[in-house]
Design a protein around this ligand. Sequence first.
Ligand code: M6R
Length: 367
Amino acid sequence: EKGGYEHFMLKEIFEQPKSIHDTMRGRILVDEGIIKMAGIWDHLERFKNAHKITIIACGTSWHAGLIGEYLIEEFARIPVEVEYASEFRYRNPIISDKDVVIAISQSGETADTMAALKLAKEKGAFIYGICNVVDSSIARITDAGSYTHAGPEIGVASTKAFTAQLTILSLIAIKLGHHNGNLSKQDFMKLITELDNIPNKVEEVLASTHDYVKEISKQYADATNFLYLGRGYNYPAALEGALKLKEISYIHAEGYPAAEMKHGPIALIDENMPIVIIAPKKGHYDKIVSNVQEIKARKGKVIAVVTRGDEQVASMADHVIEIPDSEECFSPILASVPLQLLAYYIAVLRGANVDQPRNLAKSVTVE
Ligand code: M6R
């Protein structure tokens, strides 16, 4: 059932071109120039008139939520907050019937997310679910929702569910932006055309980075710490890269927005500190260049994820992982793939139980 792969996690990493495609299938109609999502369309006024959208989730799904915030605010210009479900539910949140609350959950059974949703519902909010498991508890209590169609995810470390969540959030943000007049037809078309092509790019990333990432993982299997840095859309991707490494390899890893480095973590940098830096040639690329200079001046080891053909960051980095060019908003999908592989191969080298890491369960049904 592992389809010839040694672990479910590796199988699921390689399934991503298909799982992303399946998540978009029937939803993006490039030729007709539309995104079809009944859950959004049927409740468009609720979304358009929302005072704010609050995204609640845990773990990897929370990281997807952070990227969702960037997407929805950029394209739909609706204010978004992202909260850990466990914090939201215990802090008497300010939520009313003018709010939309989106819960993101692979399993649809996470206790904290479920309880947070019930609370939001009691306060009159419109609640929307992004779940992978069909007919799960969260999917059943929400007013509406969109399933990710990633297929069953067996590995405890979430991989294909995460990229499917990013796909759904992209669709929602672009669709809302289109309907509330923030995105021109031209920008809308550019975005959906690019998103439609992301499965091909993920395929390309898998083919071009797998062997190299496997090879370099040998140099880091004995590391005791890792830093992951990114800016903008790739800051949550850095958090997710770090979570993947810590949960399956048991190496301590932290993710940070790159600019926060100088507010503390830079003190940790020496020749023994590997730093994964996500630096596609978009957004504030020049700022990332100076972050890399600062790291190299302190002899940190840099593993850089860059846009194909990059020279500036590449010339300073110890290891260069290239991903294809894309719209910045989709770059976390592409950048996450080699980071999943890096965590996977380091964990395998350390002899860890990759699919079932110690102390963890696939769905956390107790708080
Ligand atoms: O099923 P959910 O998406 O609600 O699960 C949330 C987290 O428990 C989950 O993402 C967890 O962090 C994963 N093990 C991460 O790989």
